[in-house]
Design a protein around this ligand. Structure first.
Ligand SMILES: *Cc1c(COP(=O)(O)O)cnc(C)c1O
Length: 479
């Protein structure tokens, strides 16, 4: 009888009960729910059957076949059970240099917002109860007052995200009617948010005017009919048209809106409440400025430049906001108590411009001092060379980083990174293993090197970065 006789080998596979008696499995069962271990064993056995049937497993000595198969099953079961226990949504060290990375969850919340979420989650709250009267209150009240105070608008409303904010505004103000937009502003934001498609979904009809590079206020004027309900301006978040260009300003559009008695809506996208131009970033119209220019409705995201939780913020004239609040769609896209609490805490930080820049991580990282980033890259390179210098070369290098989140696309932020050149594996292999580590590490690949940009590495994350990196380089795949 041949050693690799499949029928014989298949009969040597231990039964589930026997596998449970193995010391390593018994050990595993003390810290892992039994159904999870059982599934891991069954899956391991079925995988082993397939390997044997396909002749992929060769066994040298027949007498040891049983022990050998048992050891494979045990090892594989332990590995499976451990990966099953890990959360699917995992902590990531963001070494991409992109501060507002949509795939990595955009804004990191400040301390006060994190605390507010824990409070809201740990007990009951007056989410929809007016404590002064004992009557039913509005879940928007805690943020509405702050938003009107900070932006100068008459009224405010918050929904799930800015895409929902735009949809709600269009559906309320222009359903069955026409909305005029410049051809240069028919943007697509990542994750399939396209102005023409959102427009179609809202039931409003899109009327495009002007050319891609130039749109004058007269272009809007000529397109106005008895069917027109709204003049819409969209921030071209993730691209810039440069060269021979002309955009109609918010103030010009508002002027036309006043004469023709049409509301003007501005989808700002990122919508910053502070002027970033004084801190090395390109000038962007702030929400306050657009409100001051007379826009009737302004929409922006909570988790882009604002640095708060995912949310779509709508501010503007009370008459339009009141109509939106009555739209049944508002109920469908309403925010939960975690968003209310985190947004309130984030907005409160904006009351004090002195501490704001340190308290909002997004703003802190976007305006990080270049010397500090260099120092971070140098210190980390030294530490890595000390712990894993035999496995890779680590060098501090200068590199440009980006804002991300479809904000400030032309801003090139000078940053510093640790360049990693592994000796015993390819950079692709290294990047792959780092993605599967805990915490995961996501860097940037460039010229056969892995760049770990320091800009979006949070205070205190450096030691975890050293630990994961040296562990991976020394042992290969994570356990
Ligand atoms: C980002 C963006 C959106 C979508 O906002 P979300 O909060 O991601 O839903 C809509 N419009 C513009 C102009 C944007 O930049």
């Amino acid at each position: 009888m041949s050693v690799n006789n499949h029928t014989y080998l298949l009969r040597q596979i231990p039964a589930v009960d026997e596998v449970f008696k193995d010391p390593a499995i018994a050990d595993l069962t003390s810290s892992t729910p039994r159904p999870l271990v059982l599934k891991a064993i069954r899956d391991s056995i079925s995988q082993l059957r397939k390997e044997l049937a396909a002749g992929r497993l060769l066994i040298q000595q027949e007498q040891q076949a049983r022990d050998f198969l048992m050891s494979i099953i045990v090892k594989n079961s332990v590995y499976r059970a451990h990966s099953q226990k890990r959360s699917n949504l995992r902590r990531v060290l963001n070494a991409t240099g992109v501060v507002l990375h949509t795939n990595l969850g955009r804004s990191v919340l400040g301390e006060s917002a994190r605390q507010a979420i824990i409070n809201a989650a740990s007990g009951y709250s007056n989410l929809e109860l007016d404590l002064a009267t004992g009557k039913r209150g509005s879940r928007y009240a805690p943020v509405e007052q702050l938003l009107t105070q900070l932006t100068g608008a008459e009224a405010a409303l918050v929904v799930n995200n800015n895409a929902a904010a735009v949809l709600l505004a269009l559906s309320t103000l222009a359903r069955g009617q026409e909305v005029i937009v410049s051809r240069g502003q028919l943007v697509e934001i990542g994750g399939s948010f396209r102005i023409p498609e959102v427009m179609a979904q809202s039931g409003a009809r899109l009327v495009e005017v002007g050319a891609t590079n130039k749109t004058y206020v007269t272009d809007y004027q000529k397109a106005i009919t008895s069917q027109t309900a709204l003049l819409l301006q969209v921030h071209t978040s993730n691209y810039r048209i440069i060269g021979f260009t002309r955009e109609t300003s918010t103030a010009e559009l508002v002027g036309l809106g006043r004469i023709t008695q049409l509301p003007v809506m501005c989808d700002l996208g990122s919508g910053s409440l502070v002027d970033l131009s004084g801190r090395g970033l390109p000038a962007e119209p702030t929400v306050q400025q657009v409100v001051k220019d007379g826009a009737d409705v302004v929409t922006f995201s909570g988790d882009k430049l604002l640095g708060g939780p995912q949310a779509g913020i709508i501010v503007g004239k009370k008459e339009y906001l009141d109509r939106m609040k009555k739209n049944p769609l508002t109920r469908a896209v309403r925010i939960d108590k975690f968003t209310v609490s985190a947004l309130e805490a984030t907005l409160r930080e904006y009351i004090d411009p002195q501490t704001l820049w340190q308290h909002i991580p997004t703003l802190d990282m976007l305006t990080a001092d270049n010397n500090l980033l260099r120092q971070k890259a140098q210190t980390l390179s030294e530490e890595l060379n000390a712990t894993a210098g035999a496995e890779a070369f680590f060098t501090p290098v200068q590199t440009p980083s980006a804002v991300g989140g479809g904000a400030l696309p032309t801003a090139d932020l000078p940053s510093w990174a640790v360049e990693v050149a592994p000796r015993n594996m390819t950079v692709d292999e290294l990047a792959g293993i780092l993605r599967e580590s805990e915490p995961a590490v996501i860097g940037r690949l460039q010229d056969e090197k892995l760049l770990l940009d320091m800009r979006a590495i949070l205070p205190g994350e450096e030691s975890a970065l050293v630990q994961v990196l040296s562990g991976v380089l020394k042992e290969g795949a994570p356990s």
